[in-house]
Design a protein around this ligand. Structure first.
Ligand code: 5GP
Length: 236
């Protein structure tokens, strides 16, 4: 399968067509953005770290029964994936309060959420990814009720698998965002799972080990991503 023309350039990844219309190649770049693309910096090694991190997590999820678009890691910063018809609704689970929940609801950071919360956001940069609900997503034609039900069940399944995985490495999975798409009429996990799209804290010290280090200018961003990878046993 050969790499063809650039299909789409996102904030952190570029998407290429291949000679097989069922597959795409994702290129993980070192670009790191925050505040809806207002701040962009190049962080050395980020592309490779996130590619390897994502490959490991996607394989763990597949072993746990979650179908993903991951096919094969092609190089340090490229992966072969199934070509999904993406659903423009992001799914967020929170196990602890942080980020936009703290800002919106005025609650303290780090409150344990029992049971974990589930939120949907409309993927639209121009609008800043506004929060939406199921009825809006159905009425506006972004997803069917059945697709949304599958996405919710799969997102909670991912939470179960990954909460356990991070716990074994002495870390807390605080929250994360997933994106799904349709492949041959099935809902399949797409995009990526990396410290760019989740919050991970050290269990004892609560040190932030994710993209909040970039958003909050805490420094040692990629060093933190590498620490998470090492603790999970991922070879970088
Ligand atoms: P929040 O709603 O608190 O900003 O984000 C909740 C979780 O979803 C965090 O782990 C955050 O990293 C992730 N998230 C939400 N929106 C995006 C997005 O547009 N891109 C990425 N990479 N992660 C996101």
């Amino acid at each position: 399968m050969e790499k063809q023309q650039l299909l789409y350039k996102g904030k952190a990844k570029s998407v290429y067509e291949t000679t097989d219309t069922d597959y795409l190649i994702l290129h993980f770049r070192d670009d790191t953005s925050a505040f809806n693309g207002e701040r962009v910096e190049q962080l050395a090694r980020k592309g490779q770290v996130n590619n390897k991190f994502n490959a490991y997590i996607m394989q763990k999820l597949a072993e746990g029964g979650v179908e993903t678009h991951f096919e094969k890691q092609l190089s340090d910063d490229e992966v072969l994936v199934k070509r999904l018809e993406m659903i423009p609704v992001e799914c967020v689970v929170r196990n602890y309060s942080a980020g936009s929940m703290v800002r919106r609801l005025g609650v303290e950071e780090g409150m344990k959420l029992t049971p974990p919360t589930y939120e949907l956001f409309y993927k639209d940069d121009a609008l800043g990814d506004p929060m939406v609900n199921e009825s809006q997503s159905i009425a506006l034609g972004w997803a069917t009720a059945e697709q949304l039900a599958d996405m919710k069940a799969l997102t909670f399944k991912v939470n179960e698998i990954l909460t356990e995985l991070f716990d074994q490495g002495g870390m807390i999975l605080v929250d994360f965002k997933l994106e799904f798409g349709v492949f041959k009429d099935r809902i399949v996990l797409g995009d990526e799972f990396s410290p760019d799209g989740c919050r991970i804290w050290d269990k004892e010290t609560k040190k932030k080990l994710d993209k909040d280090r970039f958003r909050q200018s805490l420094g040692d961003v990629i060093e933190a991503y590498e620490e998470v990878a090492n603790r999970l046993g991922i070879e970088l």
